[in-house]
Design a protein around this ligand. Structure first.
Ligand code: NAP
Length: 320
């Protein structure tokens, strides 16, 4: 089968299209024929890698996992003999954040992993482009107390995590102020944002002082810049560690002062999340935001585009 393989860390050029053996599922695993996948920021983070922790997870000097790709949609090709949830031909989608493997014609997924039947109102292309952004947005937003009104500001609302966060926060019943560039205003409004701020024209940190929660979905701001926007007991979260990993330290120390705090949740995928995403999509309250599509053979180009950090929503890869 074809796969995009990397055997050393580095720039997009380390990615090579190769023929590799088709994997064989163990008794509790399924073999998925991949139709669509994505290139996301997690793939890029594991390929370069920017953070030392990636080397601790995936090999100090060279990557242990050699085929990236965490989001997928496709059909079940075959199953291990103890698999009961899926059968040959089932249409599926999901996320595989530790083992990866979706940048290939076929991939292995555990039956108990983050995999579910594809939402019936989504194409394969759409189904591949939702799980990573939704997982991260959900991990940051799900524990707010929505029995009280929540006023949320989302910075970076046009990215993969940002577009998911706007939709999810609206689904949970929050009032959303979204920050994005000029060209994404219409899109972000159409996703449900109540107010949209164009950061190329206005400094969003002047947007008032009554937010319960600030979600910096691109990690471009900081607690120190945003704290004046927060109500007493308001919380700032970011997808990045911040300058000198300040978000980790602030997560530990700001609760002591009990006024305005920082949280840095560690988010991982779970099968329960994927089932929730499927229900959310099937309820008609979630839309996949796709920026560009590339064939598998052009994954280097796709990766270079993702690394401009200017994509809108998601970049999908057609594999089938
Ligand atoms: N914590 C985790 O586990 C985890 C996992 C994956 C990713 N991440 C991080 O999460 C962040 C977001 O990931 P993503 O995949 O959603 O990113 P993305 O899709 O690449 O986000 C790009 C978007 O951010 C917007 N943007 C860029 N600069 C901005 C600014 N100064 N203010 C507001 N918006 C700005 C861009 O719009 P324009 O450039 O057009 O303005 C673009 O639409 C990244 O920093 C990534 O490293 C964290």
């Amino acid at each position: 089968m074809r796969a995009i393989v990397y055997t050393q860390y580095g720039p997009p050029e380390v990615l090579r299209l190769e023929e590799v053996p088709k994997p064989v599922p163990k008794e509790n695993e399924v073999l998925v024929k991949v139709h669509f996948t994505t290139v996301n920021r997690t793939d890029c983070g594991f390929r370069r890698p920017d953070y030392f922790i990636v080397r601790l997870i995936n090999g100090m000097f060279s990557p242990k996992v050699k085929i990236l790709g965490s989001e997928f949609s496709g059909t079940i090709e075959s199953t291990g003999n103890k698999v009961s949830r899926f059968k040959e031909g089932d249409e599926v989608f999901g996320l595989i954040t530790r083992k990866f493997g979706a940048h290939a014609d076929y991939m292995i997924v555990s039956e108990s992993g983050s995999i579910a039947h594809k939402p019936n109102n989504f194409s394969f292309e759409e189904a591949a482009a939702v799980c990573d952004g939704l997982m991260l947005a959900n991990g940051f937003l799900k524990d707010l107390d929505y029995s009280k009104p929540q006023k949320i500001l989302i910075n970076g609302a046009s990215g993969s995590i940002g577009t998911a966060a706007v939709q999810l926060a609206k689904y949970f019943g929050a009032t959303v102020t979204a920050v994005c560039n000029t060209r994404s205003q219409e899109l972000v409004r159409s996703l449900g944002a109540d107010q949209v701020i164009d950061y190329t024209k206005t400094d969003f940190t002047l947007a008032g002082n009554d937010f319960d929660f600030i979600f910096d979905a691109v990690g471009k701001s900081s607690f120190f810049k945003c704290r004046k926007l927060l109500k007493p007991k308001g919380v700032y979260v970011s997808t990045e560690f911040g300058f000198l990993s300040q978000n980790i330290f602030l997560t530990l120390f700001t609760p002591i002062f009990r006024r305005k705090g920082v949280k840095f949740p560690i988010v991982t995928d779970s099968p329960e999340d994927i089932m929730f995403f499927k229900k959310l999509i099937e309820s008609g309250k979630y839309r996949a935001v796709i920026d560009r599509r590339y064939p598998l053979a052009d994954i280097r180009e796709a990766t270079k585009y993702v690394e401009t950090k200017e994509k809108t929503g998601n970049v999908v890869i057609e594999v089938r």
